[in-house]
Write a protein that binds this ligand. Structure first.
Ligand SMILES: [Zn+2]
Ligand SMILES: [Zn+2]
Length: 141
């Protein structure tokens, strides 16, 4: 994943006709950098030092703008918490039941197209797996 500069992010927002406000830039930058599917609480805690005027409501609202512009995706692996993802290319998720980490992995979503019943139109595709990650398996030996 290439490093995103504020200039890159400004361009990305402008392309989607989203005004590049400080909050939007910072939150998008954090999502690209963090790359670990943070929750609203995690985004808020990480950015409050940089943006003292930030509130959790602002984080929610900003995320919603970014979601509508298709720059951010909600990752709902557990229905108790929403996590956010700024990776533009389609990928699958693997959640480890032991350490709780969510891994990205390359997944060709076109592979599942043939499974869709005829006459249906797909607007969103999600691939989630749960299990035990390699690290946890190695630690258990
Ligand atoms: Zn694990
Ligand atoms: Zn992801």
């Amino acid at each position: 994943m290439k490093e995103m500069t504020i200039k890159d992010l400004t361009e990305i927002l402008k392309e989607k006709n989203v005004k590049p406000s400080l909050q939007r830039l910072k939150i998008l930058e954090f999502l690209f950098k963090a790359n670990n599917h943070p929750t609203v609480d995690e985004i808020y805690s990480a950015l409050i030092k940089d943006i003292p005027t930030l509130s959790k409501t602002t984080v929610y609202n900003t995320l919603n703008v970014l979601i509508e512009s298709e720059l951010v995706k909600v990752v709902n692996i557990e229905n108790t918490e929403s996590r956010y993802d700024a990776i533009p290319e389609e990928h699958g998720h693997f959640k480890c039941r032991q350490c709780g980490k969510i891994y990205d992995f390359h997944f060709d979503m076109n592979l599942i197209d043939s499974q869709v019943p005829p006459g249906f139109i797909v607007s969103e595709k999600d691939v989630f797996f749960k299990g035990i990650c390699r690290e946890c398996l190695n630690n258990n030996i």
